[in-house]
Design a protein around this ligand. Structure first.
Ligand SMILES: C[S@@+](CC[C@H](N)C(=O)[O-])C[C@H]1O[C@@H](n2cnc3c(N)ncnc32)[C@H](O)[C@@H]1O
Length: 424
């Protein structure tokens, strides 16, 4: 049943209130309270704590950080290299935090040292063009000096340095944020480097004693959950929020960071090295699944009850594009998205113990006025895989405020849902 007081749960709105969670989070995360609620409900129902938790789309590691708070072992899988490193640091906060003072001392020295020119020229031309729209050139030179210091570190000091500097970048960029995409054309007041360092340091150290005494039992893996297989019957709870259909492009979202950290040197690189290995959820990610033959293979992996619902939608969207070539190829998104989600859910099913549960936070979508009940199709997929007692609850209405112009024709407001299912 819809509960207004819990409508914040699928958002990251409270993350900045808590140690470690505040180290770095983003608009696409859910709140720590959501994961706590799921764990507490499981414990009440089963009269014991879950023995292990899995998050196949770990993002900034909200699930694993909460699992650590409960002293429960957890595993997170994340395919974006930027979020992976942030998540890894947060999931290992008890050891990472011990590195903060050394790193901050190194950064302070470097900031006060005479300015070394020439770092920018080491970046690719696409990275230079993009980053110089987001940072003053002198600030960017210094940030790159700090990056080279971080690259001399190893082990957990490297990850903490990476996270600290990434946090500082948020403060010193002159570009405003739209969701999490940096918009070069809209400007904000940037902090100076010293203030940014002090603020980042304080953010990391807040709650020091509790962080140091919360022993990490988390593993974060850089991989794709579409193919990642876990040890059978090794987890009691799966908790996650996947990329929503036609929502954020999680590779583009981190363009600033991928260029800065040398993870990509061009737009093509971002696709080749990153986006094409992630879940297909936006039309920018279609490269490997565009061909008719590929679409057919993905379609044929889906159960008949899902196909009965989505085949007519795909046909309608195809027709819209046939009549107007400027329209986006949304018709090509639906089979890949559901087929890849099915692969992830099969791995989750195999990994769960007999009384295990999966909890998914997900939104529906609308293309050119055609509503896509993603949550219903995911529930059908769960049932076809063998999950039992599945249910869907509306967590939050995304209302008209959330509707983009192209979606305005739809009469149904978009929402965020929780889908729950049990293995046994
Ligand atoms: C909605 S966010 C998850 C946010 C997370 N619950 C949190 O609170 O931080 C979805 C995440 O899935 C990641 N992702 C996309 N495709 C993936 C794949 N194939 N394997 C693993 N992670 C993937 C994205 O990079 C993004 O970080």
């Amino acid at each position: 049943m819809y509960n207004e007081a819990k409508a914040y749960l699928p958002t990251a709105i409270t993350s900045d209130n808590y140690p470690v969670h505040k180290w770095f989070n983003f608009v696409a995360g859910y709140s720590p309270e959501y994961v706590r609620m799921v764990i507490n409900d499981y414990a009440k129902k089963n009269s014991r704590m879950p023995q292990k938790i899995y998050d196949p789309f770990a993002g900034c590691a909200t699930t694993c950080v909460v699992a650590n708070e409960y002293n429960i072992p957890s595993l997170g899988v994340e395919r974006n290299p930027f979020f992976y490193k942030i998540g890894y640091t947060k999931a290992n906060a008890d050891t990472a935090i011990k590195e903060v003072s050394v790193i901050c001392a190194d950064f302070k020295n470097a900031i006060t040292m005479p300015f070394v020119e020439g770092n920018i020229s080491k970046l690719s031309s696409s990275a230079q063009t993009f980053l110089l729209k987001l940072f003053d050139s002198t600030i960017l030179e210094k940030l790159l000096e700090l990056r080279y210091i971080v690259e001399t570190y190893s082990g957990i000091r490297y990850y903490m340095g990476f996270t600290l500097l990434s946090k500082m970048m948020e403060y010193v960029t002159t570009a405003k944020i739209d969701g999490i995409y940096r918009v070069p054309t809209s400007s904000k007041r940037a902090m100076d480097l010293f203030s940014a360092l002090t603020r980042a340091e304080n953010t990391m150290l807040d709650g020091f004693n509790s962080i140091i005494s919360t022993k990490s039992k988390s593993t974060i893996v850089f991989d794709s959950s579409i193919t990642y297989e876990l040890i059978p019957e090794s987890v009691d709870l799966v908790v996650f929020s996947p990329p929503y259909l036609n929502n954020f492009d999680f590779a583009e979202m981190t363009r600033m960071q991928l260029y800065f950290w040398g993870e990509a040197s061009s737009w093509g690189d971002i696709s080749e090295k990153h986006r094409n290995h992630m879940l297909v959820n936006t039309t920018t990610a279609l490269k490997n699944v565009r061909a008719d033959s590929q679409q057919m293979i993905l379609r044929n992996s889906l159960p008949n009850d899902v196909l009965d619902q989505i085949d007519p939608i795909v046909e309608q969207l195809k027709l819209i594009r046939k009549n107007d070539h400027k329209k986006k190829n949304y018709d090509l998104l639906i089979y890949p998205y559901l087929s890849q989600m099915r692969d992830v859910l099969i791995h989750c099913y195999n990994a769960l113990t007999s009384n295990g549960e999966v909890h998914i936070v997900l939104s529906d979508a609308a293309f050119y006025g055609i509503h896509i009940s993603t949550e219903k199709y995911i529930q059908m997929l769960l049932n076809s895989i063998g999950f039992k007692s599945s249910r869907i609850e509306l967590m939050r209405s995304r209302g008209d405020r959330w509707l983009l112009d192209k979606r305005k024709q739809t009469s149904k407001k978009l929402g965020e849902y929780e889908i729950v299912a049990q293995k046994g």
